[in-house]
Design a protein around this ligand. Sequence first.
Ligand SMILES: [Zn+2]
Length: 299
Amino acid sequence: MTKCPVCSQTFQKGDYQALAKHLAQASEKNDPFHVAWLQDYVPMPNYASPDFLNHLRDFFKISDGSLKSWIATKFTRKFYSEKPHPFIEAMQKPKKSIFMGYGVEYYFFLRQKIKALAYVIAKTDKDDVQKLEAKIITPNIVYDMKDGNSEIVLLFKMYEGLGITRDSVLASMPLPPTIYSLKVWNSIAESDHWLETMAALNTMDLFYCSQLKDFGAKLPYFSPTVLDNEWIPDSVKHYLKFITDSPNEFSMESLDLIEKYAKELNLIEEVQSSFMRSLDAMDRHLQARLTRSKQYESK
Ligand SMILES: [Zn+2]
């Protein structure tokens, strides 16, 4: 099925004409979500123009047959281009409040990711997929606070270093944009194909992927000077080092599996659509990290 990358309305496989009509109609009605998507990814002065269909086809076209590189390239353009996402920009010269806002909002994303990947394990019978997802989620569910080998433990230790109590985070609510995004990810995990859940959640690990520069990334997740900065607590450095260290980084392995099964199960268009919805959800969640940082600044 071809799926709208904004509202996930379905159309017959390969029917980009129907999708273009749907998007043009939504633009005509000034639907803010569809309009924002169109302006971001297929900017045109007039969506009633016959050229729109060609531009839309080009956007979803997988050149050289690599879905993996289509995903990585779209991800890179969204967050790591010359005009990077404001959160990535903030991570190049971070203030204490950035790490605080980041750590607190991120906790809710991590919990949602674990839950969504558990859905993948439950819904598939593919051993290689189950094994990868289990490798990612187990250390974040079964952990010992003395052990520094899981992301969640290092995140909790980062809170201590920043003067935030873990209990206060666990008792807090995410900000509205994060709540919105968590609902998107949860709905994909509950209702869509397991491969779409992988396309939505596993791909978000691309943030930490060192190979992203091969797809055009103009900057890293955080400036390497952060690790030498004396005022930054060690617990923050340990956390950042852990998530970007290759043994803990599964994004390329995930992309290989997504590509393999999208071809095998004939789900390329579904994967593209769910990945696009997740990009938007992540954009909102990153904005929430910045808003939360500002709240800490003003305290
Ligand atoms: Zn739609």
